[in-house]
Design a protein. Structure first.
Length: 66
């Protein structure tokens, strides 16, 4: 007797609308105080980008060290 195994359908695939990544980041900051920022974000000046880079390396390690 063959039993078919149902395939798992990811609930994330149901969304048909594209969501702006910045709106997700904004909502994450406002609701959960989670900050998502790239070290090369053009909205930051040199000092801010360098601070983000140093903070990332301190928390997660230097990318060159593996």
């Amino acid at each position: 007797m063959k039993v078919s195994i149902p395939t798992y359908r990811c609930p994330l695939g149901r969304s048909t609308q594209r969501v702006d990544p910045d709106s997700i980041k904004r909502e994450g900051w406002r609701e959960q105080h989670i900050l998502v920022v790239g070290a090369n974000d053009d909205r930051l000046d040199f000092v801010e980008r360098e601070f983000v880079r140093q903070l990332g390396e301190r928390l997660y390690g230097d990318k060159r060290r593996g």
